[in-house]
Ligand binder design. Structure first.
Ligand SMILES: NC(=O)c1ccc[n+]([C@@H]2O[C@H](COP(=O)([O-])OP(=O)(O)OC[C@H]3O[C@@H](n4cnc5c(N)ncnc54)[C@H](O)[C@@H]3O)[C@@H](O)[C@H]2O)c1
Length: 395
């Protein structure tokens, strides 16, 4: 017998709520039904009610929580609201699917972790890029040992964007560390496949029009010694390959999303001239390393992991967890580790401080629904005198 559909209350009908979640839910309409939606913007509620017939609409989150029909609350509003909304929904006895970043601070992430222990099997994190085909295929290749001992993985998300929305403004919870960071850090932690021992990060504002960082460079080193070197940047005009992987037996390259995976491997069974280094001084006319013929094997193929996934699949896994009791592939502890790393990088770059929660709450009331962040005035629009003083470099 087919399991009952999961009844969703969708919170935040923006680019993610409307453009991603709604489309994904439509794809899995045999598994889900949107029975309610919440957004302060009445016009968006009208649109969502047209899209999902019979969907109740609310401008007040408490009213959505009081709707007994809602089983799963999807938290897809702005980033600073994720932790408080997720906690409230869990306390109300709902399942929760919380967008990334699950929290803006490590302390908040730990609150979610505590809640996930208090309400086991209720809170799930939307780290949907864990289901990216390229990520999964490349991880399979690394794990297979084909490249030998993999010592460096370089991951790039390069673009050139004069970004002007709230995602470019600190007080709105913007910045690429909170935006793309959770995805690319999460992938890195998975690639390292061991405890992260060292974190180094640099944040810069390059082209975006707000005050938040649009250039993120992070280097993670795992206990195994493997290094993950990632960049997310909106200020790059010569984008580097999205993946470059170096191992002792070969290298891997994925130039861009949608291109083929390229491998260059040391050919097996070849007789090398030398098998050991010499301590004796070479002749004064000698070369720096005596040339020898090394044979390589080159392969290239489409991205097509064994584990058939795409970034929408996360909704399928969520259904199987809630209805069939299967394990959810993204653990809360893993999402919390991502926020820990984010926090370390923020602390190294205090100029790009975490927004003050009280200030953000005020901003919410003053500006929503039609925040004019895009006009560069987000922080300025809030009457400065009424807003509480911003704390410096909040943890
Ligand atoms: N996982 C992903 O792939 C992915 C992709 C895009 C965005 N996101 C995340 O989704 C979140 C939303 O991003 P977006 O680009 O859709 O933003 P957006 O500004 O386009 O949409 C936010 C929506 O929330 C509504 N809103 C504002 N205050 C609210 C409140 N208090 N309660 C409920 N709704 C409220 C706004 O009216 C708007 O409709 C961000 O945190 C972002 O990080 C995730």
């Amino acid at each position: 017998m087919a399991e009952k559909k999961i009844k969703i209350g969708l919170v935040g009908i923006g680019r993610a709520g409307w453009g991603m979640h709604s489309r994904e839910i439509e794809k899995y309409q045999d598994l889900y039904e949107v029975v309610a939606a919440m957004d302060p913007d009445a016009a968006r509620l009208t649109e969502i009610a047209k899209r999902f017939k019979g969907c109740k609409t609310y401008q007040d989150f408490d009213k959505l929580l009081a709707d007994k029909n809602v089983e799963l609350v999807v938290v897809a509003n702005r980033s600073p609201e994720h932790t408080p909304y997720a906690l409230k929904a869990a306390q109300a006895g709902k399942y929760v699917f919380v967008e990334k970043p699950i929290a803006l601070t490590y302390d908040d992430a730990k609150k979610l972790l505590a809640a996930s222990k208090k309400y086991p099997g209720k809170i799930f994190c939307r780290h949907n890029r864990r289901f990216e085909s390229a990520f999964n295929h490349i991880k399979q290749i690394i794990d297979s040992g084909l490249l030998g001992e993999v010592f460096l993985i370089k991951r790039r998300c390069h673009s050139f964007q004069r970004r002007e929305d709230w995602q470019s403004i600190i007080d709105c919870g913007g910045g690429q560390l909170n935006n793309w960071g959770p995805h690319i850090i999460d992938q890195g932690v998975q690639f390292l496949d061991c405890k992260v021992k060292e974190v180094w990060g640099d944040l810069k504002k390059v082209e975006a029009l707000g005050d938040a960082e649009d250039h993120v460079k992070i280097v993670l080193k795992g206990e195994s010694g493997r290094v993950y070197d990632m960049e997310i940047s909106g200020g790059v005009l010569f984008p580097e390959p999205v993946y470059t992987v170096y191992g002792t037996k070969g290298s891997l390259l994925l130039q861009s999303e949608g291109s083929k995976i390229q491998l260059k491997l040391l050919a097996e069974k070849q007789n090398f001239k030398h098998t050991i280094s010499s301590r004796i001084s070479p002749p004064i006319t000698g070369a720096f390393g005596e040339p020898e013929t090394v044979r390589f094997e080159e392969r290239s193929f489409d991205v097509n992991p064994d584990w058939e996934v795409d970034i929408w699949s996360i909704y399928k896994y969520l259904f199987n967890t809630i209805r069939k009791g299967e394990k959810f592939p993204v653990k809360m502890e893993e999402a919390v580790e991502v926020v820990r790393i984010t926090q370390v990088v923020k602390d190294m770059n205090p100029k790009f401080k975490t927004p003050d929660a009280e200030f953000v709450a005020k901003l919410d009331k003053i500006e929503k629904p039609a925040c004019a962040c895009a006009k560069k005035a987000c922080a300025k629009k809030a009457p400065a005198k009424k807003a509480p003083a911003k704390k410096a470099a909040k943890k």
